[in-house]
Design a binder for this molecule. Structure first.
Ligand code: F6R
Length: 607
């Protein structure tokens, strides 16, 4: 969602801030703005629309070596020029950019209005600019401290003030804020992607921290009392090219094709062939802890929820522990009973999804143990959990999750293996699964190599206004994920159903205009699945069947997509890969912006 970038140094700040903002576009936004401090004080430019529109319309005189910028995803008030950040005080001296939500902004706006302040936007953030301006403190840090003492909510923020032109003050509570150290220049950002081309020496603020950033360095302190926290910067191990689409026409395409490599990274060092088990040190659970687990509850949103369902099936099959997945966005609202012998697993690519984070907090508040399956190291969910498994997928830029999702599945497979091997899973079965996991990256590559064969079928599917994705048991979450990918990037109505439920309702919709993508692996349900295909075919419903070699579809008229077989428990991920390709090529055929689908954001940091 929203993004923050700031710069101080010898160079002109605006172009660097705008470049950083452009690098955050994938997070989703609807307006952008930048403020710089120059010789003549604070200058501001902001508008709804794209970063490049803002760059094109920047006033001629916009020089300054200190600057902050923002991409906004509308929450409080529509995406208008006035609501875009930075927000300024009445005198035009203070500028603030903010990610997060201030819960008491309505009361603060009313109090400011009563005090005679004229507010010029509908946003919660604007109150911060006025509060900073009205503080009696004689330092910028003190003014920001006073403002933050009045607000309740979440924030990552950056503040500049014309009376303190040598600094940016930043603060964090629940929304990431990174400080980047360059050569006599400094950066601030909400996401490493914005600054990684300039520096990989960074410090990440913790919740409750504030920092003063000048061209020469930075100092961190608690924002409650400005006492020093003494944080220093360190080198992060990140490849800047991971944030570049390279020769690919989109990040999604690049990230799909990276899956064989990233899948290997998820497994590296974690498979114990001798004992047929997995090693997951980050879980921080010994054999006794693992044996004490009586139930597993997986919490995630969107695709992370669907892969959580795949994970629950794996855990139940391999470890024979009851397991299920639930949408994290609903979890806390039903006042869940938290059981001490249940292992809660939060799954998230970004590690920032607010619904998942709040679900973790609900579990922990009630005394439950929650571990994380998270891609972004050091992210809010990773920190909030009792332990976890990092996914090692590398940065995922496209909104539609592909390589991270695959690694989530692998993370669940490793967890299931470990839980199984301290129970009844035999060493032979453990070794069988390890061999299967080791084969997977090659098999994923094999499916991806068939990409060109899928283009035409994807184009045909793109012509339908509405389509079904169906599967059973292991195949059902795959169908849900396939429908999700398809709808989010092609904007076609795609609905997932259990194949067995078809004739209890949706069959009424089957017609020559409504295609069905069916998952028919070579498992014990294959015959039942094929019977359902006949029912669809008899009603002239076009069919695309993702299946294995040797599955007999009989007389059914269908376009077959054959994927390699692995161990049956691991098949779901191989069935998922062609569905990514179908969604991708359908969206491409429709000429859509694949990496930035309308209305969606990469990290959903607001409720
Ligand atoms: C789908 C997609 C979303 C995310 C969901 C959770 O392709 O990307 O449905 O899976 O918003 O995001 P994370 O995994 O960051 O918690």
């Amino acid at each position: 969602m929203c993004g923050i970038v700031g710069y101080l140094g010898r160079q002109d700040a605006a172009p660097l801030v705008l470049e950083g903002l452009a690098r955050l576009e994938h997070r989703g936004y609807d307006s952008a703005g930048v403020a710089v401090l120059g010789r003549t004080g604070l200058k501001l430019a902001k508008q709804s629309g794209r970063v490049r529109d803002l760059a094109d319309s920047l006033p001629k005189r916009f020089a300054g070596t200190v600057g902050i910028g923002h991409t906004r995803w509308a929450t409080h008030g529509p995406a208008t020029d006035a609501n875009a950040h930075p927000h300024v005080d009445e005198a035009g001296k203070v500028a603030v950019v903010h990610n997060g939500i201030l819960d008491n902004s309505a009361a603060l706006r009313a109090a400011l209005t009563d005090a005679g302040v004229t507010l010029s936007s509908d946003t919660d953030t604007e109150v911060l600019a006025h509060l900073v301006a009205r503080s009696a403190s004689d330092t910028l840090e003190g003014k920001v401290r006073d403002a933050l003492a009045a607000v309740v909510g979440t924030y990552g923020l950056a503040v500049v003030h014309a009376d303190f032109p040598d600094r940016i003050v930043v603060a964090r509570n629940g929304s990431p804020l990174i400080i980047g150290v360059g050569d006599k220049e400094m950066f601030v950002a909400s996401d490493l992607a914005a600054i990684v081309r300039h520096t990989t020496t960074v410090a990440m603020l913790d919740d409750g921290e504030l920092a003063t950033v000048t061209a020469g360095g930075f100092t961190t302190m608690r924002h409650s009392d400005l006492s020093a926290t003494g944080k220093s910067a360190s080198e992060v191990d990140v490849d800047a090219s991971a944030y570049d689409a390279g020769d690919h026409e989109s990040f999604m395409h690049k990230e799909m094709l990276e899956q064989p490599v990233t899948a290997r990274a998820a497994l590296r060092g974690r498979l114990d062939e001798r004992f047929g088990t997995a090693h997951l040190g980050g879980l921080d659970m010994d054999a006794r802890d693992l044996r004490a687990v009586r139930r597993v509850k997986i919490l995630g949103c969107g695709s992370a929820y669907y892969v959580g369902q795949m994970g629950a099936a794996l855990i139940e099959e391999l470890a024979r522990i009851p397991a299920d997945a639930e949408a994290a966005s609903e979890f806390r609202y039903r006042d869940p009973v938290i059981e001490p012998d249940t292992l809660y697993v939060a799954v998230s690519q970004s590690g920032e999804t607010i619904d998942t984070l709040l679900a973790v907090q609900e579990v922990r508040r009630k005394g439950g143990r929650c571990v994380g399956l998270v891609n972004v190291v050091g992210s809010a969910i990773a920190r909030e959990c009792d332990g976890g498994i990092y996914l090692h997928a590398g940065p995922e830029v496209a909104v539609a999750s592909t390589k991270a999702l695959t690694n989530m599945f692998l993370g669940f497979a490793l967890l299931a293996l470990q839980l199984g091997r301290v129970r009844d899973l035999s060493i032979a079965d453990g070794k069988r699964l390890i061999a299967g996991l080791e084969r997977l990256p090659e098999q994923i590559a094999e499916v991806l190599a068939g990409e060109s064969d899928l283009v035409e079928v994807a184009q045909t599917l793109a012509g339908a206004e509405s389509l079904f994705f169906i599967g059973r048991v292991r195949g059902y979450p795959v169908a849900r994920e396939g429908a999700q990918k398809f709808k989010e990037i092609s904007y076609r109505h795609a609905e997932a159903y259990q194949t067995s439920e078809l004739k209890h309702g949706p069959l009424a919709l089957i017609s020559p205009d409504v295609p069905t993508v069916a998952l028919v692996p070579a498992d014990e349900l294959a015959e039942r699945n094929v019977a359902a295909l006949h029912e669809i075919s008899a009603r002239s419903g076009p069919l695309v069947v993702v299946t294995h070699e040797g599955v007999d579809l009989g007389e059914v008229d269908a376009r077959r997509i054959v994927v390699p077989r692995n161990e049956p428990e691991l098949d779901p991920i191989l069935l998922t890969i062609p569905l990514q390709l179908l969604a991708y090529h359908a969206a491409q055929h429709l000429g859509l912006d694949i990496d930035k689908p309308r209305n969606l954001a990469k990290s959903v940091t607001v409720e």
